[in-house]
Design a protein around this ligand. Structure first.
Ligand code: ADE
Length: 252
């Protein structure tokens, strides 16, 4: 089991982290730069939990604060994403192997998607920690376990029957995907991408530059197409909180 002294846990929106904040023992809070950071313990692991707000800039600023002010030695990002790859369905979970910023384009100076001066396009997550997390989520998805956590009615509403966990590439950028055109365009350019969201690759870049191990875990809330905004909103209200709470509780 990977062990760290203090883990920074982030989500983008309150619904992604409220379940985790409610589990904290010996909770204290501190406000810095328009964010509230909650310090405490989950199963004896020291953590700092915060919601970053949406987008790459918000996430990067929050991660830098966690590293510099709270001295976290590792970062876990948890939240929801839109499914891109045809094998990825609503209710599945994607654990990132690496992340890419699909909206970075300094061509013709540098190849499309490459971060100028770093000379990197893909940022790798911590492999051992990611694989341990994959195993925990597989256990959690044992069908009976899932039905104990979320009612059959709720699962049926999102057509979730037997959800899967995936390990692969996540793409991030400052756009909410709500058209098939956006989805097809990303798929054509980066066919290996499993899902799309708005923070993970920014977290990845900052962690890479500070040499901090990190993982990114995303539950699929929608199919990144015309129905995305409806599915996203009801999923974050009804399902993702339970997933997030359970994934983090089982991690320590
Ligand atoms: N996060 C969850 N769903 C998303 C979508 N469709 N586009 C971008 N980020 C998302």
């Amino acid at each position: 089991m990977t062990s760290y002294k203090t883990i920074g846990i982030l989500g983008a929106i309150p619904q992604e982290v409220n379940g985790i904040i409610s589990q904290l023992k010996d909770k204290t809070e501190q406000k810095i730069g328009n964010r509230t950071y909650y310090e405490g313990y989950i199963n004896n692991q020291k953590v700092v939990v915060v919601y970053s707000r949406i987008g790459k800039v918000a996430a990067a600023a929050t991660v830098a604060t966690l590293i510099l002010e709270f001295k976290v030695d590792s970062i876990a990002f948890i939240g929801v994403a839109g499914g891109i790859h045809p094998n990825v369905k609503v209710g599945d979970v994607v654990v990132a192997s690496n992340l890419v910023q699909y909206d970075m384009d300094a061509s013709p100076l540098r190849p499309k998607f490459e971060i100028p001066l770093l000379g990197k396009t893909y940022f790798d997550t911590d492999e051992q920690w990611s694989k341990e997390t994959l195993n925990h989520i597989e256990l959690m998805f044992g069908l009976e376990n899932l039905h104990q956590l979320i009612s059959a009615n709720e699962l049926a509403k999102f057509n979730i029957t037997t959800p899967n966990v995936h390990f692969g590439t996540i793409a991030s950028g400052d756009q909410f995907f709500s058209t098939s055109e956006q989805k097809n365009n990303l798929q054509a350019q980066l066919p290996e991408v499993l899902c799309v969201e708005m923070e993970g690759a920014a977290v990845a870049q900052v962690c890479y530059e500070f040499d901090i191990p990190f993982i990114v875990i995303r539950t699929i809330s929608d199919n990144a197409n015309e129905e995305a905004s409806f599915s996203f909103q009801s999923f974050v209200e009804e399902v993702s909180l339970v997933y997030g709470q359970e994934i983090i509780d089982k991690m320590f």
